[in-house]
Design a protein around this ligand. Structure first.
Ligand code: C5P
Length: 239
């Protein structure tokens, strides 16, 4: 049975192996998964992923956000599939062929999540990137288009904001996994930082999110493990 803490994915957005290991030791009883992203992976490589998994308390979400020609994505994802991570990411913004290559190479050993539109991206950014006004006026339309591409390609789910979860679940079914970053508790003193399309932990889970990625509100808290517990309590309140 999934408990409230299992919804929480803590991103190890730190630059050194020692710091990452400290955070894993500190939070492994309070979160379900650790997210290893580019910042850390370029320094530590797969060894740190194995170390977290060997510690045995939490899973790993390997968020390398692949975006390349299908052959390259396939070869890279094939290596990831052997690592034991629960999820790995690929951008939905290119082609179905790239998404399918990731899914096939994942060989069901790792859940492939399509990154729809980053939660740091605004309508103005979308317009500047050359998308039609339909998408810049309503980003959720672009998110939905990309979620449909990911679903059709056989991805396990998508990364999207908590604001888009409900419509994705309604359209693509409850088994299609949604992972939502851009989470900010409504506590005093919590900043939105660079995130644009934010929701609280409770709102995201109520909307149907299967997992929430929440970093700075925990990392910058005076007592990070208490912040994680408080977030789990908030989630419990809506389960
Ligand atoms: O909670 P916080 O804003 O600190 O979380 C930032 C993390 O969420 C980073 O690791 C970032 O890569 C990740 N992320 C994101 N937006 C996405 C996908 C992942 O902010 N769409």
């Amino acid at each position: 049975m999934k408990s409230a803490k299992d919804y929480i994915i803590f991103p190890l957005d730190v630059a050194s192996e020692d710091s990452a290991k400290d955070w894993v030791k500190r939070l492994s009883h309070h979160v379900g998964m650790f997210k290893v992203g580019l910042e850390l992976f370029v320094r530590t490589g797969p060894a740190l992923v194995r170390w977290i998994l060997d510690a045995g308390e939490a899973g790993v979400f390997l968020d390398l956000k692949f975006h390349d020609i299908p052959a390259t994505v396939s070869k890279a994802m094939s290596g990831i599939a052997d690592l034991g991570a629960t999820f790995a990411t690929v951008h939905c913004g290119e082609t179905s062929a790239m998404l399918k290559a990731a899914v096939e190479a994942g060989r069901k050993k790792v859940g492939i999540l399509g990154v729809t539109v980053l939660t740091s991206v605004s309508g103005a950014d979308i317009r500047e990137a050359g998308f039609c006004s339909d998408y810049s006026a309503d980003i959720s339309k672009l998110v939905m288009k990309r979620a449909c591409m990911a679903h059709a390609a056989g991805c396990a789910g998508v990364v999207c904001s908590g604001q888009e979860v409900a419509v994705i679940k309604k359209t693509l079914g409850k088994d299609f996994i949604t992972v939502t970053p851009g989470i900010r508790p409504a506590w005093d003193g919590v900043s939105a930082d660079d995130q644009q399309r934010i929701t609280t932990p409770a709102q995201a889970v109520q909307n149907g999110a299967d997992y929430i990625v929440i970093g700075r509100p925990i990392r910058n808290a005076v007592k990070p493990s208490e912040a994680a517990l408080r977030i789990a309590d908030e989630i419990n309140g809506v389960l």
